[in-house]
Write a protein that binds this ligand. Structure first.
Ligand code: FAD
Ligand code: 2HG
Ligand code: ZN
Length: 484
């Protein structure tokens, strides 16, 4: 099939207005960090699963690669095409239906292009909670969240996107529809296909809808902002909070002074509290199923114990929902503030919680010895053992030049330590294009071989988001797409 006849077929399938070609497609072609600028053959925007399946079938027949894209907020350039101008970007953004809410089963079924915020709001309207929560929730999609197995700030209580998903509907690389939308909590009928697609970053198929797990809304939620002298104390506070609050602990985020100073500099309207008084701050959230008073008593008891044990030097408890939101906006503003400071080297790592203070101490020492002027932002989801250990260029230097010259060596230094501590080089954001060539150094050959076998089985023509997660291999001779 020629390119022209493919485009003709795609226009017939989704309508002329939803096959975008030519100039003006930058927002689909470059990633959020503006590190990769690709070129798409076309951006195709199906309105339904049937249309998405027909697009995939046509692309398989034409042997044209497909890059699924949701809100394009990914931080590893996984959702953008390469520079060849031959790949179709499949945008799910028109598929935004909330198909069903089963309040008794505590589930909802939504289409992949719903933003995370829309999903949260639909659950709230039904009196329930969908707890996934990310700084990008206004624009990222639930399909993208599942494709990346996103984490965020409530994982300590509710788990990652994977734990919040019971069923999926997927269009395969050949354009078939796998109808796996079940609200079952138990199903042991063979291999878990759902878990294969979750976290596969668009390299195995396209998620078109999902059945999600809902929770009761907490009766009361309280947020505390705490200042601490060092990370060891933050870790001890986490342990104390777990003991005292148990499942009531729904958020535990740590931030170093530099991260907060960049928020103060670039987003001064957010006004981070107490950021100059101590090197570290913690944002702690308690969700309570009894009452506001009960929650307040529990939180005050925790903070008193922490003060007595010398773990914290100061603390404030938000007096209203608005104040609590303002504190969370500070935490969520760090990514934006850092982007405004200039392109940075992101290390989204996980390590056993018990080893995190030691890891940070050793990583800081190693980096500052070799690059004394780099600025290290350390923040993130301490409750999950997941740190964003992001390195910012020295003041007075150009970020792009500094990163081009030193980025690889800096990341190798950080990742070597991650390996020594038995951690992971990607806790949340995935591999995408940016970490694809780093992955083989940190994943066992057997694991990589199994991943390739899965990729080969599900996408024999190597058309699903090629070059992401795994380096593209030539398609097997004779591999056929399903569409004739
Ligand atoms: P995209 O960026 O469009 O795509 C991401 C990947 O998923 C790509 O590989 C793409 O091909 C694939 N994909 C997208 N949709 C589908 C689909 N329907 N079917 C199959 N594959 C698909 N991430 C976290 O984990 N935790 C955070 O706390 C967090 N905070 C963030 C804060 C900010 C300010 C920003 C900019 C990003 C943040 N992220 C975070 C990263 C990002 O928002 C998440 O990875 C999110 O899940 C991506 O969703 P998306 O719809 O934007 O996906
Ligand atoms: C967060 O936790 C996100 O805020 C983004 O995962 C982290 O910008 C980053 O590196
Ligand atoms: Zn994060």
């Amino acid at each position: 099939m020629t390119t022209e006849s493919l485009l003709h077929l795609l226009r017939q399938t989704v309508g002329d207005a939803h096959v975008l070609t030519g100039a003006g497609l930058e927002r689909y072609e470059r990633d959020w960090q503006q590190r990769v600028h690709g070129k798409a053959l076309a951006v195709v925007r199906p309105a339904s699963t049937a249309e998405a399946a027909a697009v995939l079938a046509a692309c398989a027949q034409a042997r044209v690669a497909v890059v699924p894209q949701g809100g394009n907020t990914g931080l590893v350039a996984g959702g953008v095409p390469d520079a060849s101008g031959t790949q179709v970007v499949l945008s799910l953004q028109r598929m935004q239906a909330v198909r069903a809410i089963d309040a008794h089963n505590m589930t909802m079924t939504v289409e992949a292009g719903c933003t995370l915020q829309q999903v949260q709001q639909a659950a709230a309207q039904a009196g329930l909670l969908f707890p996934l929560s990310l700084g990008s929730e206004g624009s990222c999609t639930i399909g993208g969240n599942l494709a990346t197995n996103a984490g965020g700030t409530q994982v300590v209580r509710y788990g990652n996107a994977r734990e919040l998903c019971l069923g999926l509907e997927v269009v395969t690389a050949q354009g078939q529809i796998w109808e796996g939308l079940s609200g079952l909590r138990k199903d042991n009928t063979g291999y878990d296909l759902r878990d294969l697609f979750i976290g596969s970053e668009g390299t195995l198929g396209v998620i078109t809808a999902a059945t999600l797990r809902l929770y009761p809304q907490p009766v009361a939620q309280l947020t505390a902002w705490v200042a601490l002298p060092d990370l060891q104390q933050a870790s001890a506070l986490l342990q104390l909070a777990r003991q005292q609050l148990d499942a009531g602990l729904s958020g535990f985020e740590v931030m170093n002074q530099l991260a907060l100073s960049l928020v103060a500099k670039h987003l001064p309207q957010l006004r981070p509290p107490m950021w100059q008084s101590q090197p570290w701050c913690v944002l702690l959230e308690l969700s309570d199923s009894q009452s506001e008073q009960h929650a307040r008593e529990r939180l005050e008891r925790l903070l008193e114990a922490a003060l007595q044990q010398g773990l914290i030097s100061d603390a404030i408890v938000a007096a209203s929902v608005q104040q609590a939101q303002a504190l969370w906006h500070v935490r969520e503003g760090i990514t934006l503030a850092q982007a405004q400071e200039g392109q940075n080297l992101k290390h989204d790592v996980s390590i056993a919680i018990s080893a995190i203070p030691q890891f940070v101490q050793q990583a800081n020492a190693a980096l500052l010895q070799a690059w004394p002027d780099v600025r290290i932002l350390t923040y993130g989801h301490l409750g999950d053992g997941n740190l964003h250990y992001n390195v910012q260029h020295p003041q007075g230097q150009t970020p792009a030049q500094f990163n081009a010259r030193h980025g690889q060596a800096i990341s190798e230094t950080v990742y070597a330590l991650v390996r020594r501590f038995g951690g992971s080089i990607s806790a949340e954001h995935g591999i995408g294009a940016l970490k694809r060539d780093t992955l083989p150094q940190y994943k066992s050959p057997v694991a990589l071989q199994l991943m390739r076998a899965i990729k080969q089985a599900l996408d024999p023509q190597a058309l699903m988001n090629p070059g992401k997660v795994l380096a593209a291999l030539p398609a097997q001779p004779g591999a056929q797409g399903g569409a004739e």
